[in-house]
Ligand binder design. Structure first.
Ligand code: OGA
Ligand code: NI
Length: 352
């Protein structure tokens, strides 16, 4: 067989001194690693919210305080970090471990899952969308659809042997947590508790296992460039290596690693449903020359046929008219994958 270049990044990077030219960002769009350091030194990060008491109806005052904090974070940052979220540590530990074990498999074993077609419901790929993008990103990723679990689990990798069990268990906990957060977000907007849940139709849930290998020139490229997430909410688990940055008042804030937390962010669909009261904020992932970084986002989303638009209760034809037209999530999602990650976010295409 001809000696062809590996398709995945992880299989190209050993002993690499310079990144390939197609990874180099234009001069005006490069990470500022100094900025990463100073934001670390300043102890800046996103709000931390303790969810202890959110489930308890008998502690009404604590519950309403948590909902208030969530609403405030959604307005000010579009991002927050949660503690006491109720997901058992061993479930999270097994997820991280099996994700890492997957990326440690030999190339031939991993490649059984490879596809560059974004419409496939289980696939391993690299960068963002290799078919359409001009500049490549320093990332490999495995993407999985997770809900309803029984529709997809048969497509998932069987190696490592515990993959389906560990990831299946994790994804069930993520669904529970997503629903709890969607209720709190609905209430924080003054909507019925189940408003968001109903707005998502039959619900969709995807996850990614992002693998960012060490990079010899991390100041020239991104793991993921600035983008907003197209879904409703994202719940992200990351290993101990920082890299996620969030845009706040025009500058990039680095999210600190806090053990036993998840990072939650508002996606485009909640921005639309809230009629811009909550913002789906730009974020990006930087890489570094020493350590591999892993992140595992769960993307909770409407089902493809769900019709999304601003909540009627949040619009007032005179003072607060609807800012978006109604659309199906299928339409939205198709646009997202085909236009590429960009600072001009996809929601703008659906503005009235
Ligand atoms: C994403 C994302 C950030 C990270 O996958 O959409 O923003 O830290 N990931 O990997
Ligand atoms: Ni994202």
């Amino acid at each position: 067989m001809a000696n062809t270049k590996p398709l995945l990044l992880a299989d190209q990077v050993t002993n690499m001194k310079h990144i390939p030219l197609n990874f180099i960002r234009p001069l005006n769009d490069r990470p500022n690693l100094q900025n990463l350091q100073s934001s670390n030194d300043n102890n800046e990060s996103i709000p931390i919210i303790d969810l202890q008491g959110l489930d308890e109806d008998n502690d009404a005052s604590n519950r309403s305080q948590i909902i208030h904090n969530i609403g405030q974070a959604c307005q000010d940052y579009g991002f927050f970090q949660i503690v006491n979220h109720g997901v058992p540590e061993d479930v999270v530990g097994k997820m991280m471990k099996v994700g890492k074990a997957f990326f440690d498999l030999p190339e031939s074993e991993r490649m059984k899952n490879y596809s560059d077609d974004p419409s496939k419901t289980t696939r391993l790929s690299t960068s963002f969308n290799v078919k359409t993008e001009k500049v490549a990103n320093w990332r490999d990723f495995l993407r999985l659809h997770c809900h309803p679990l029984e529709d997809y689990i048969q497509e998932w990798p069987t190696n490592p042997p515990s993959f389906r069990e560990d990831v299946g268990e994790y994804s069930k906990h993520m669904r529970k947590l997503s629903l709890k957060l969607l209720e709190a977000i609905s209430e924080s907007l003054g909507l019925e508790k189940d408003y968001m849940e109903k707005a998502l139709g039959k619900h969709g849930q995807h996850m990614a296992i992002n693998y960012y290998p060490p990079c010899p020139e991390p100041d020239l490229t991104y793991g993921l460039p600035a983008h907003a997430d197209p879904n409703a909410i994202t719940i992200l688990l990351q290993n101990h290596v920082p890299g996620l940055q969030v845009l706040k008042d025009g500058h990039w804030v680095t999210v600190k690693h806090v053990p036993n937390t998840f990072i939650v962010n508002i996606g485009d669909q909640i921005q639309v449903i809230s009629n811009d009261k909550y913002k789906s904020v730009l974020h990006r992932a930087l890489v570094n020359c020493e350590k591999e970084r892993m992140s595992i986002p769960t993307f909770y989303c409407p089902s493809p046929e769900a019709l999304v638009g601003p909540a009627p209760q949040l619009i007032d034809q005179h003072n607060d008219p609807p800012k978006y037209t109604n659309f199906t999530y299928a339409e939205y999602y198709h646009k997202f994958w085909n236009r590429g990650l960009s600072k001009e976010t996809c929601v703008d295409l659906f503005k009235v």
